[in-house]
Design a protein around this ligand. Structure first.
Ligand SMILES: NC(=O)c1ccc[n+]([C@@H]2O[C@H](COP(=O)([O-])OP(=O)(O)OC[C@H]3O[C@@H](n4cnc5c(N)ncnc54)[C@H](OP(=O)(O)O)[C@@H]3O)[C@@H](O)[C@H]2O)c1
Length: 380
């Protein structure tokens, strides 16, 4: 039996209703996992489906020094888990000197940095090969800290950089993520005349884990509800728009990223899509109906032109907010998140490329129906 880490146990014991929990126990390799079967007791050994043999993800190259900016965050912690399991690279978490978040990871070094102090930042990045950024854009107006991080990385001779993307292919209808577009342009300009740093935009689409809401399916990602509400057997769709969405589990994202950092230099695609599942809205709903008892979901169908005017004519709304959104911002923010996600979806914004699928053609991603079927099995 593989033992759970301290943070995972802590997370399990903190839950009010552990019987509702579906926990994905990480595998012993960087391969993807399937959820524990719903009948499993939390805290006992959960079933493990390791579909990927060790070789499909392991370019046998040398170890690198990797810095993780914002490494105390939710998504970063998923990737750090996978990197630690690989036991190959040297990992340093960069945290703001005034940060209130803590990371209790004996396997990694934590370095407090002042992102506004170029010499401190450059010193922290000396000898680092790859920087992965998970900086929370909502609290970095103007992208000052991430731009400073990129500049310092180039000065320090860092070879590779991944900005705080980790989501959609496009974000022009999601204003809260406009900073991602600005950083893309910043990086493009930096390399315009000569390649000064290799970079990729890791894009797994939406976390498939969110369709398990309110159930917990990863060690670090807080469940959030979406327009596909499997719990209440309902969804919000847009009339005449049956668009594609990419849904990838956080475990598969972490496995691919952990493998990608070992790829040889100059082999990262800029367009770093990671397609766990590329499915249409109607396919997602059909899976939901099948695994949630067979009855049709209640569908609210809204109009794209209304959404584009900021009008959301639906009978329900998002209930959960990301930890980075303040209570004061929450009401308006949740409406604009729902509207923005719908509009950007209809325009193909969540249909990411297969950039990194091509790098790891033998990797078997966790399938939507397999994952959600296990999560929802036996649930009301
Ligand atoms: N695909 C999806 O479904 C999905 C879901 C969630 C998130 N994401 C993306 O994943 C990335 C990380 O999101 P997350 O939810 O993991 O973030 P998070 O936990 O809210 O924050 C990440 C880290 O950013 C640092 N940070 C916070 N404010 C900062 C600031 N003003 N300047 C510099 N650093 C700051 C903090 O580290 P320190 O306090 O240690 O400095 C924090 O731990 C984002 O790009 C987000 O858009 C994608």
């Amino acid at each position: 039996m593989e033992s759970k880490t301290a943070s995972q146990w802590e997370l399990l014991t903190k839950l009010d209703k552990p019987e509702e929990l579906v926990f994905i126990q990480p595998t012993t390799s960087t391969a993807s996992t399937a959820p524990a079967k719903s009948g499993d007791d939390v805290g006992t050994e959960s079933s493990l489906v390791d579909k990927n043999d060790g070789d499909c993800l392991s370019p046998k190259s040398s170890a690198f020094k990797i810095a993780i900016a914002g490494g105390s965050g939710q998504v970063a912690q998923e990737i750090i888990d996978a990197l630690i399991k690989e036991d190959k690279h040297e990992i340093t978490i960069l945290t703001r000197s005034n940060s209130t978040t803590t990371t209790d990871r004996p396997e990694v070094t934590t370095r407090a940095v002042d992102y506004m102090d170029n010499s401190d930042l450059t010193a922290a990045l000396q000898g680092i090969h790859t920087v992965l950024s998970f900086i929370q854009l909502l609290s970095d107006p103007g992208n000052t800290l991430q731009k400073n991080l990129i500049d310092a990385a180039i000065t320090a001779g860092v070879k590779r950089f991944a900005p705080s993307e980790w989501a959609s292919a496009d974000m022009k209808d999601m204003p809260w993520w406009s900073g991602k577009a600005e950083i893309r342009e910043y990086l493009r300009k930096i390399n315009e005349n000569e390649k000064r740093i290799e970079y990729t935009l890791f894009q797994p689409g939406l976390f498939l884990n969110y369709l398990a809401f309110p159930h917990l399916t990863s060690a670090h990602i807080t469940p959030l509800n979406t327009r596909f509400d499997f719990r209440h057997r309902r969804a919000i769709t847009i009339a005449q728009h049956n668009y594609h969405i990419t849904l990838t589990t956080s475990a598969d994202l972490a496995a691919i990223v952990a493998a990608a950092v070992s790829l040889p230099e100059n082999s990262w695609p800029i367009d770093g899509g990671i397609r766990g599942n590329r499915v249409t809205v109607s396919e997602i709903i059909a899976v939901g109906e099948k695994i949630r008892g067979g009855a049709p979901f209640n569908i609210d169908t809204v109009k794209l032109e209304d959404l584009e005017r900021g009008v959301l004519d639906a009978s329900w709304k998002l209930e959960t907010k990301h930890a980075s959104v303040s209570e004061e911002q929450a009401g308006e923010m949740m409406k604009s998140v729902m509207v923005g996600m719908l509009v950007s979806g209809a325009k193909g914004g969540w249909d990411v490329s297969d950039g990194f699928n091509a790098s790891f053609p033998d990797y078997e991603f966790t399938k939507l129906e397999e994952f959600l079927g296990a999560v929802w099995e036996g649930k009301d």
